[in-house]
Design a protein around this ligand. Structure first.
Ligand code: FA5
Length: 341
């Protein structure tokens, strides 16, 4: 009877121990506490070990029964311990990797930016604007008459070779339309529609049937410049263009003029800028407006004179930023373009 009672009490003790252990492990949130829990219940001197000690005087069958129950409980608690320990570890590593510092600045959102050609175009227009020039724009598809004839480049003139390039199908009886190879047709349009004094720049896109290389694209941008007034001379042109180069490329800029031929100017020149150590890059063609061109638009060359120039915008950017290859501008290479953000 005494022994039976002892057996029953021991079973109850084990049940209570299981309840207590499973409840207390739920509240544990630190590695230190789970270690204490382990020592307390399943450690070498823990409650389960003590329990084994306590029934050593019982009969063998009872010992077996209680031993097996106690072992089962020990296994259960060990499993609980391992699970909890792993959960605490995982949680800790999650917290470390997911830690978010709200005081850090946000990730910048990638936005588009103005293309380097357009940035250069705006900069050049602003410079000429400061020198007293107005800004105009004109058509990219031009008639042969404006692109060539009125600029003193008659049909069959050898000078057409470099510009007589990409023709567009005739539209509504307008014959011989061409994608303009230069912005010079706008000289004519401006002079036809405005009285001197004239001081304008005209930025825009140009197209040529061109074998591309490091300094030539088949489509590129120019800025045309035109000054018409009484008593305008070559020195005015040089002074204006030197001042422009200084404004865009800096005070130490070296610019040089050399003779060149364009049918719509007399005399004609090309202006190059010192690009790198001993290299020069041609930036523009320029010259005094040819008397025949003035007459073509009804201006008397005895009264009026003027100068004109046409500069390559990509070339200006190449000089300014030390870019070796004009094809970089239109290769859609983000690494290249993002430098101009
Ligand atoms: C002309 O186009 C003349 N209309 C310029 C001019 C205007 C002369 C007014 C006199 C008076 P040219 O073909 O040299 O000239 O081109 C002028 C500039 O445009 C060149 O100096 C260069 O900077 C740029 N350019 C010309 N062809 C290309 C090309 N294929 N790719 C990139 N830039 C070019």
């Amino acid at each position: 009877m005494v022994i039976l009672l002892a057996l029953k009490n021991n079973k109850t003790y084990l049940e209570n121990l299981q309840l207590e252990a499973t409840n207390s492990i739920k509240t544990i949130s630190s590695e230190e506490d789970i270690e204490n829990w382990r020592i307390d219940y399943i450690g070498r001197k823990g409650k389960i070990s003590n329990f084994f000690q306590s029934f050593k005087d019982l009969k063998p069958e009872e010992k077996n029964e209680l031993g097996s129950l106690a072992n089962k409980l020990k296994n259960t608690l060990e499993k609980l311990y391992k699970e909890k320990q792993k959960a605490l570890k995982d949680n800790k590593s999650n917290i470390q990797t997911e830690f978010f510092d709200f005081t850090l600045p946000g990730t910048p959102i990638s936005t588009g930016s103005i293309h380097p050609t357009n940035q250069m175009m705006q900069e050049i227009c602003t410079a000429f604007n400061k020198l007293g020039f107005n800004i105009f724009e004109g058509p990219e598809i031009e008639s042969e008459s404006y692109a060539f004839d009125k600029l003193n480049i008659p049909t069959n003139h050898p000078a057409r070779d470099i510009w007589d390039t990409i023709y567009v199908n005739d539209v509504e009886n307008i014959k011989s339309l061409v994608l303009r190879p230069h912005t010079s047709p706008m000289q004519i349009r401006i002079m036809e529609n405005n009285e001197p004094p004239i001081r304008v720049v005209i930025p825009g896109k140009c197209y040529r049937y061109e074998a591309t290389d490091n300094t030539h694209e088949w489509h590129f941008h120019q800025i045309e410049g035109l000054v018409i007034d009484k008593n305008i001379n070559f020195l005015n042109m040089k002074a204006t263009l030197f001042e422009f180069a200084r404004m865009i490329f800096g005070d130490d800029t070296k610019a040089r003029f050399r003779c060149d031929f364009f049918p719509f100017v007399e005399p004609g020149a090309e202006m190059s800028i010192n690009f790198k150590q001993n290299e020069w890059l041609e930036l523009m063609g320029a010259g005094m407006v040819h008397p025949k061109v003035l007459m073509n638009v009804g201006l008397d060359p005895e009264i009026y004179s003027g100068f004109a120039f046409g500069l390559g915008i990509e070339r200006a950017a190449m000089i300014k930023y030390g870019i070796d290859n004009i094809r970089d501008f239109y290769a859609n290479d983000y690494q290249f373009l993002k430098q101009f953000k």
